[in-house]
Design a protein around this ligand. Structure first.
Ligand SMILES: C[S@@+](CC[C@H](N)C(=O)[O-])C[C@H]1O[C@@H](n2cnc3c(N)ncnc32)[C@H](O)[C@@H]1O
Length: 230
């Protein structure tokens, strides 16, 4: 399968992640220059999972994001539709569920908090994914979306989009990843993703309230936080 065939068809996306699963964590850290750990720690801080709470980490991949969320004692489940990614994280001691973001196998209001890191951009219908997350969250529960975004300072934005995404990322991926095409898809999907204010509107339209965001790494990544109406 080539990158050009990837139009967020769910089977193609799952197959693509199956293909990068083995080296996913390593490639991620290499491409982000180690920033991925900082982004995950900030996601946990924004979601603030408490001991005894039930937390859904959707599009959890190898569960690298889930173990970070579980650090404070909450019960955290990793859900992803790529069995290859879940399998690559088999050593991580958190419950794992094969699940599609658009049809979650959980009852209404099952979770105190839900989060999705670097996953919403890949979901075929992100608005439906946000609504499905709202369905499984209890009234008053929290959402945090961690996703690539648009740097706010123009010189950094230009350098990031035209140098980092268009040239550096594909070059590193060719050296490190087991499927470089997947990382060209990554660069294109980041470029096409809505900037912070527009994503906030879409989260609000999907059934969440009090939507706010915080930029990380100059806006290359943004954390959007919101609440399910009580
Ligand atoms: C870039 S990885 C992110 C993994 C992890 N959350 C992290 O922060 O490193 C994106 C994940 O989204 C998953 N994904 C994409 N669309 C999905 C869907 N519709 N349902 C479930 N998982 C999905 C992919 O299988 C992949 O594992």
């Amino acid at each position: 399968m080539s990158r050009a065939d990837l139009d967020k068809d769910p089977r193609d996306v799952a197959t693509m992640f199956d293909g990068v699963a083995r080296r996913y964590d390593l490639t991620n850290t290499a491409l982000s220059g180690g920033q991925d750990r900082y982004w995950r720690a900030q996601t946990r801080r924004a979601l603030a999972p408490q001991p005894g709470e039930k937390v859904l980490d959707l599009a959890a991949g190898t569960a690298v994001s889930t173990v970070e969320l579980a650090r404070d004692g909450a019960w955290c489940v990793a859900a992803d539709f790529s069995q290859g990614m879940l399998r690559a994280g088999y050593r991580r001691d958190v419950p794992k569920v094969a699940a599609d973001a658009l049809h979650l196998p959980f009852a209404d209001a099952s979770f105190d908090a839900v989060t999705i890191s670097f996953g919403l951009r890949n979901v075929a219908d992100p608005d439906a994914g946000l609504a499905e997350l709202a369905r499984v969250t209890r009234p008053g529960g929290r959402l945090v979306v961690c996703e690539f975004s648009t740097p706010t300072w123009t010189p950094f934005r230009v350098a990031y989009q035209e140098l980092m995404l268009a040239r550096v990322l594909p070059a590193i991926a060719r050296g490190v990843s087991s499927n470089p095409d997947a990382y060209i898809y990554l660069a294109e999907s980041i470029r096409d993703w809505p900037a912070q204010p527009r994503l906030a509107e879409r989260i609000g339209a999907a059934g969440w309230e009090r939507v706010a965001w915080r930029d990380l790494t100059g806006g290359a990544v943004a954390l959007h936080r919101a609440f399910k109406p009580a």
